[in-house]
Design a protein around this ligand. Sequence first.
Ligand code: NAI
Length: 287
Amino acid sequence: MDIKKVVVIGAGTMGSGIAQWFTQQMCSVELVDNSQEQLLKSLQSIHLSWDKLLEKNKLSLEKITEMKRSLFIKSLDEVSKDADLVIEAIIENLDVKKDLFKKLDNHFSSQTILSSNTSSFPIELMATAVSSERKKRFVGLHFFNPATIMKLVEVIKAKDSDERLCQDLYQWFESNDKKPALCKDSPGFIVNRVARNFYGEPLRIVDSDDEFKMKEIDHILREVGGFKMGPFELMDLIGIDVNYSVTCSVWEAYKREPRFAPHALQKQMVEEKRFGRKVKRGFYKYD
Ligand code: NAI
């Protein structure tokens, strides 16, 4: 499999990181968002991150110049119809995603692979928006935050996804220094199912907006448990809104099993727009 031309839809936390990572693999990348402001912000922050790598001598000037020339921001109508791979990383809303996939199915060549970075929706449900031919070339590709650093990519085979295509994608990621995992199309796939309790139990222990207790739990899991980040720090990084919507959809998919239930504090924070690091206010403040 050769992936040279990639389109990433959604230039938020994940889309930006995914676009940056693919450009670093020397792919030509077109980044799309329905907010022009977000697109410019994303391009700027990717360039800034490369400039920092240059300062630290981690990448050469030639490579950075080449990468800057290979990353484009575009509107959906302008993107190349013959892309090898499209990755959708827009908001976690099933109807909005299905609407988008319908458009993508019409826009791209029959050979283009369509994929979703959804955290929780069944790939099969999104694939209902595309033609039966395209369903074979429709998969889940679930990256982790930050996508440039986290090695894991869950490659999700839906009911109609071509088995060989999933294996080829697995190998392509492996040869590009990621650690892929082939997953069933089940709620939360592997990580987001296991991780529900990493967030849910600490929320139930704290049970209130108590920063002192949160710090204590983060400290214990980080320093004693050996995790890179504590649960509250990680939820702030993921985005409280994103994490809440994943929690709700996994909980619904498992017929509201109590162990997956969202905590009232998550809902309250979403209502208060305390979305985490991206707005500088979540469980903690970031100034
Ligand atoms: P985000 O809220 O940071 O970014 C979403 C972007 O999509 C925004 O820039 C928004 O303007 C854009 N957008 C919304 N509707 C659009 C449309 N119809 N067409 C084009 N652009 C549109 O969200 P984030 O965190 O990047 O999440 C994106 C996806 O990745 C979600 O499905 C989420 O579940 C998944 N995900 C998130 C992770 C995280 O840690 N935040 C980790 C892995 C997956």
